[in-house]
Write a protein that binds this ligand. Structure first.
Ligand SMILES: [Zn+2]
Length: 454
């Protein structure tokens, strides 16, 4: 029989579980792929495909088919951090997360006329009853139908912001550059429903602002570029672009008013003028599209009869003014590594780095190991997980010398590597700390390490 004391303890434990996120030590030898790391890179590493080459060379991704990848634990950790940042910014604008099915019926796409309009990039499939479906690249139809079913919505329930972060599909002709252009990828898509055009524009600015915050938090400098609405349709669209030689989009940036637009918007390339100020003083740049925002108008809400009860005296029904907003999550991760990395080493944005700290244990049987250096280091690493609320990576390949392990470690992009080297046996044990972001090296005891990392 349970006594009261036991019950109270259960409640305590439960409270702890929901309020604290546990952090742990991760060991090299247990992380599956890292045990197989290939450090002999260099000759075939192209300077314009850094993210792909680095991820592949370090066995952080594995291709199953063209444009389809397994992401290994180390990359998934970074991806989860990016998802956390996006969720956080979406909470700030009161957007709510949902999850919609990836398989969407042709019937639904016929209502918006997108089934016929879509080119070969749409993955199409048929079930055993011969009903046609697609693997959805976006979800305007599903979400608009969902909202259209809720007939009780009045103007005071608005705006409605619904988003998801799920895998999307595109049958790319040119699946290349690794995670930058895959056929299945993680995407965040937000759909907004407002009472009128003015409110929809306010929403548009609010979401763009949230997107700018996301890019700031991951150290990416993006520019907003006027884009084509393409087959999603609507009144107006902008793309968030990362200027890079690897980019497949071409944009014009105006030297007079600083505005930018996609070359897709230009018919005659002989005489290009700025769409904002009419100047012809333009710079052509290559860029990677990492986000796309659309002011949709009523294209979908009209076709799906998605409406709300207005606050006017007649309580008339009005169709929603919609917006949709995409972020290529997989692509952002790859693009950030692409622009920040050096040729032989991955560099992550600080807010996405899978592990901030790697602690290198002494070689087994060495003086440092025998004189408690290993035990002291592991205790210290454990305390770091508690103090900083983060996971710490342990290099436990203790059958090798530290020097031999260091090169591979450096190239994985840990901001800080803490080594239990020769001075770990001193009366007050001293660690060697490599600061890879400042390219510097320090010696300090464990207390100074904590201050340094704080
Ligand atoms: Zn201009």
């Amino acid at each position: 029989m349970l006594c009261l004391r036991h019950l109270v303890r259960c409640v305590d434990t439960h409270v702890m579980v929901v309020s604290v996120r546990y952090h742990n030590l991760y060991y090299w030898n247990q992380m599956f792929v890292l045990t197989n790391i290939n450090d002999s890179i260099g000759s075939h590493l192209s300077s314009t495909h850094r993210s792909q080459s680095l991820f592949k060379n370090k066995n952080l991704i594995s291709m199953t088919e063209k444009g389809l990848y397994v992401l290994m634990p180390y990359v998934v950790k970074a991806m989860n951090k990016l998802v956390d940042i996006i969720d956080d910014e979406m909470r700030q604008i009161n957007a709510h997360k949902i999850s919609m099915p990836s398989i969407v019926a042709k019937d639904l796409w016929d209502i918006s006329n997108r089934w016929e309009e879509s080119k070969e990039e749409l993955f199409r499939l048929t079930d055993r009853q011969k009903t046609s479906f697609c693997l959805a690249p976006t979800h305007e139809e599903v979400v608009t139908q969902l909202v259209s079913k809720t007939k009780h919505l009045s103007e005071s329930h608005l705006p409605i912001y619904l988003y998801q972060i799920t895998n999307k599909f595109r049958d790319e002709i040119k699946a290349k550059h690794g995670l930058l252009r895959g056929r299945e990828f993680l995407m965040k898509d937000l759909y907004t429903f407002d009472a009128n055009e003015e409110k929809a524009k306010e929403t548009y600015d609010k979401v763009c602002n949230a997107y700018e915050n996301i890019f700031k938090r991951i150290d990416l400098t993006v520019i907003k570029v006027r884009g084509s609405v393409g087959n999603i349709g609507g009144k107006y669209s902008q793309e968030f672009m990362l200027v890079s030689d690897l980019g497949e989009d071409e944009i014009y940036k105006c030297n007079v008013c600083e505005s930018a637009f996609n070359t897709e918007l230009i018919d005659n390339t002989d005489e290009v003028k700025c769409l904002t100020c009419n100047s012809n003083d333009l710079k052509k740049l290559n860029a990677i599209e990492v986000g796309h925002t659309f002011l949709l108008g009523t294209r979908y809400s009209h076709n799906f009869n998605a409406n709300y009860i207005s606050n006017d005296s007649e309580k008339s029904r009005k169709v929603f003014e919609m917006g949709c907003y995409g972020l290529g999550v997989t692509r952002i991760l790859a693009a950030s590594v692409e622009v920040l990395s050096q040729n032989y080493s991955i560099r992550w944005p600080k807010s996405l780095v899978p592990f901030r700290v790697c602690l290198v244990l002494p070689k087994k049987g060495s003086k440092e190991d025998v004189y408690n250096g290993t035990e002291f280091s592991l205790d210290f690493a454990k305390s770091l997980t508690n103090i900083f609320n983060e996971d710490v990576f342990i290099d436990d390949r203790t059958n090798q010398t530290i020097g031999k392990r260091l090169f591979g470690l450096q190239s994985l992009g840990f901001p800080y590597i803490i080594i239990a080297g020769k001075r770990i046996t001193e009366e007050i044990p001293i660690f060697e700390v490599i600061d890879n972001y400042r390219n510097d090296k320090y010696f300090m005891n464990h207390l100074d390490c904590i201050k340094f990392l704080g």
